[in-house]
Design a protein around this ligand. Structure first.
Ligand SMILES: [Zn+2]
Length: 746
């Protein structure tokens, strides 16, 4: 966030919501999956000699930091040889969820970003896995969507629409909606006030029904597609360590954990990959879990993108789809990423964390690191075996009672009214707020002391900020929040839901924990250990944490991390024992799953779908100079380009909100082949950018950029732009298109 945007003494609430968000399985699966080796489509992949290094891998892994899980997995991998190949029903589907490409807020950094176009489209990646050997076998739906966070409003609406098609087959319990946590995705789709404020654009509008509908429609479509492709198949699971790609952004907080020294890394470096195959061996999809913030694009980037996870997804889909012509969907999902950043940084990180000034370079670097590891894991999976099942329920965290068993000697505890602490406003290292006077580690105890010694805090704005919010703070200070100096009493202001969904899925020997929030690395470890303890004797050997699932309840830090009040602790809303409460909940879900007993909701999710929220007015009409036509090229590309250069054309366009062009494109790069123009790239590709610019009151310009990749074949190309303009007379919306001159790429 630019310092200039806080020049006004009247701080917008959204400025304080900096980066609303802002592993322990250490195992490389050790055998080639004999059931699938012959059918590999990805013949371009140089697979390592898997068989020969398997023994060594096991040895390495048993000494890894999270050995409780590793040992179990190794043992059961051995016992799973010879499992039948058609054990599950599998299906995958993908659909476009891209919302408005201009004039709406972006979700994640909450630093006033307003969408100005598309770098790459956003998708929902859906998978259905069911028991194939029973007529009424259980099923689960898993979705990873290119969004900043999931919210109750979206989940409720998705379930409502699914039930129109499928009745009770897919329901709130067996559908898991997760997000990648991209920080340059669409915003304005939550029905909770805090997250509408965090989504505000330059007109302070924080809700967009257009975005909400694009997201819900896309998720439902992706699930329907997965349903339509259901086929008997197999699953295999592989794990490996991706070292050096990530770092812990809150080392000080992490090191306060009593067991910090027991682990050889302060981040979860384990990548887990589930591969879905049809019974004939054709790959159907993959779900890859790896913990990191997809914040390789910085808080100065204004084009929609799925960031580094999206880069890996597109790459994997290109490589693994193979030649079968059947749909293949790759999801690069998130895990216990609360305190985890890409080690390479972004263009606007805090000093010491900075990446390249070239925004795209940071994204492709972090995406490629994940993709390379995924390729390595592709052939290494061991068959997944066991039942499919789920336990889920709604709980109210307000007044929630935590049993002393989960508080490490602190006795029984009650969760606090949710509130964000001062250090939340400092932002994380990936998207610092630069608000003077706001820094990490502002606890109640040292609040004044730091006031006096922190140089940054001597500034006029610093004291002003403190002055303004000190009033709120004094009024709302809550002893329950212990070390947290309260900045925003989000709970007592009614800005958030306190009802949270907890959900635990079993897929064979895997347990998948869906957490509505962002668990830190250490919370992830403790959670995995707690769930595994309940399930290990019933055949589960691998526990995967998927944060940012089903709803968003802020961060989850450990009791010790909370005490330091760094960014994640200050954003742990329900106080020092929130993580303990969640561990209690998932322990109970695991017990119920193990013992085959039902669980019941103790809260009802709030449904605000009938409510109207303040929205920015839609497009009134589009205009253009009389002597120009819609889609006319205003600036032609050069006659020729070298690889690595950027080809650009500018068109007379219209407002992109007239038509989102879902599953279509605002641009094409076309290549001249055998006497005709063939589509080469679209706005879903990473190499292209569509930029919308306003001129005067109602003119629009569309700028199409193509960063020509080094693998581009030499030849003749051109750029096109497609859009839709709205008539001021008839209000009708009509499509138009424009084509640039051709140019050569050498
Ligand atoms: Zn986050």
């Amino acid at each position: 966030m630019a310092t200039s945007s806080i020049a006004s003494p009247l701080l917008r609430p959204s400025m304080l919501l900096i980066s609303i968000c802002t592993a322990a399985l250490g195992l490389t699966a050790c055998e080639t999956d004999s059931t699938e080796a012959a059918s590999l489509q990805a013949d371009s992949i140089q697979s390592a000699s898997v068989q020969s290094d398997s023994a060594q891998t096991i040895t390495e892994n048993t000494s890894s930091s999270d050995s409780s899980v590793t040992l179990n997995h190794s043992a059961s991998a051995m016992s799973m040889r010879g499992m039948p190949t058609s054990q599950y029903l599998v299906g995958s589907g993908k659909a476009d969820i891209t919302g408005a490409a201009a004039e709406t807020g972006m979700f994640g950094y909450a630093s006033g970003q307003v969408v100005q176009g598309i770098n790459d489209r956003l998708y929902s990646h859906a998978f259905i896995i069911g028991e194939a050997d029973k007529n009424d076998g259980k099923r689960v739906v898993y979705v990873s969507a290119d969004m900043g966070a999931m919210f109750t409003a979206v989940k409720l609406e998705v379930i409502k629409r699914l039930q129109k098609y499928y009745g009770e087959l897919y329901n709130d319990d067996n559908v898991m909606l997760t997000t990648t946590h991209t920080h340059v995705g669409n915003a304005g789709y939550s029905h909770q006030q805090l997250y509408q404020i965090a989504s505000t654009d330059d007109t302070l509008s924080g809700y967009s029904s257009q975005n909400f509908n694009a997201i819900v429609n896309g998720i439902v479509t992706s699930i329907k597609r997965a349903h339509d492709t259901l086929t008997p198949g197999t699953l295999s699971l592989a794990q490996g360590e991706l070292k050096g790609a990530t770092l812990n952004r809150s080392e000080f907080a992490y090191n306060n954990n009593v067991d910090a020294k027991d682990f050889d890394s302060n981040v979860n470096q384990t990548m887990t990959q589930l591969r879905l195959n049809a019974a004939d061996g054709t790959p159907v999809g993959l779900i890859n879990w790896f913990a990191l913030h997809p914040t390789s694009f910085s808080n100065q980037f204004m084009h929609l993108s799925a960031d580094n996870k999206g880069f890996a997804q597109r790459g994997a889909e290109k490589i693994f789809a193979g030649k079968s012509g059947k749909p293949f969907v790759a999801a690069f999902a998130n895990a216990d990423e609360g305190d985890v950043l890409a080690a390479g940084g972004n263009a606007n990180s805090k000093p010491g964390y900075q990446g390249s000034d070239n925004e795209w370079e940071n994204v492709s670097r972090d995406g490629q690191l994940q993709l390379d590891k995924a390729i390595e894991l592709w052939n290494r999976g061991v068959p997944v075996a066991g039942p499919v099942d789920v336990r889920a329920r709604w709980v109210d965290l307000k007044g929630y009672q935590v049993d002393g068993k989960f508080t490490n000697g602190a006795g029984n505890k009650v969760l606090c009214m949710p509130a964000r602490g001062y250090s939340f406003a400092a932002g994380g290292e990936n998207g610092p707020s630069n608000i003077p006077g706001m820094y990490e580690g502002m606890t109640r105890e040292n609040f004044r002391i730091n006031d006096d010694i922190n140089k940054v805090d001597q500034s006029f704005l610093g004291s002003l900020t403190r002055g303004a919010f000190g009033i709120v703070s004094t009024v709302s200070q809550d002893d329950c929040q212990a070390e947290k100096q309260v900045l925003l009493p989000t709970g007592s202001w009614g800005w958030i839901n306190t009802q949270q969904p907890v959900q635990l899925m079993r897929i064979g020997n895997i347990a998948l924990v869906a957490i509505p929030g962002e668990p830190t690395t250490m919370v992830g470890r403790r959670m995995r250990a707690a769930v595994l303890a309940q399930l290990k004797d019933s055949g589960v050997d691998t526990v995967i944490i998927n944060g940012l699932a089903n709803n968003y309840s802020g961060y989850l830090s450990t009791r010790e991390e909370f005490a330091t009040q760094h960014y994640e602790g200050a954003s742990t809303e329900y106080g020092p024992y929130q993580a303990a409460a969640y561990i209690q909940e998932y322990t109970q879900l695991a017990e119920a799953l193990r013992d085959g007993i039902e669980v019941y909701d103790s809260a009802t999710p709030p449904d605000r779908s009938g409510k109207s929220f303040s929205e920015r007015p839609g497009v009134v009409f589009d205009d253009k100079p009389l002597n120009q036509s819609w889609g006319q090229t205003l600036t032609q590309p050069k006659a020729s380009y070298q690889k690595g250069q950027v080809a650009t054309a500018v068109f007379r366009g219209a407002h992109p909100k007239n038509n989102l062009r879902t599953e279509d494109s605002f641009l094409k790069v076309q290549r001249f082949e055998n006497g005709q123009w063939v589509d080469y790239l679209s706005d879903s590709d990473f190499e292209t950018t569509y930029t919308w610019k306003r001129e005067g009151a109602a003119y629009s310009k569309a700028i199409i950029d193509w960063r020509i990749g080094n693998d581009t074949p030499a030849g003749t190309y051109r750029l096109t732009h497609q859009g839709d303009w709205k008539s001021g007379w008839t209000r009708k919306i009509k499509p138009y298109s424009g084509v640039s001159n051709s140019f050569s790429v050498q």
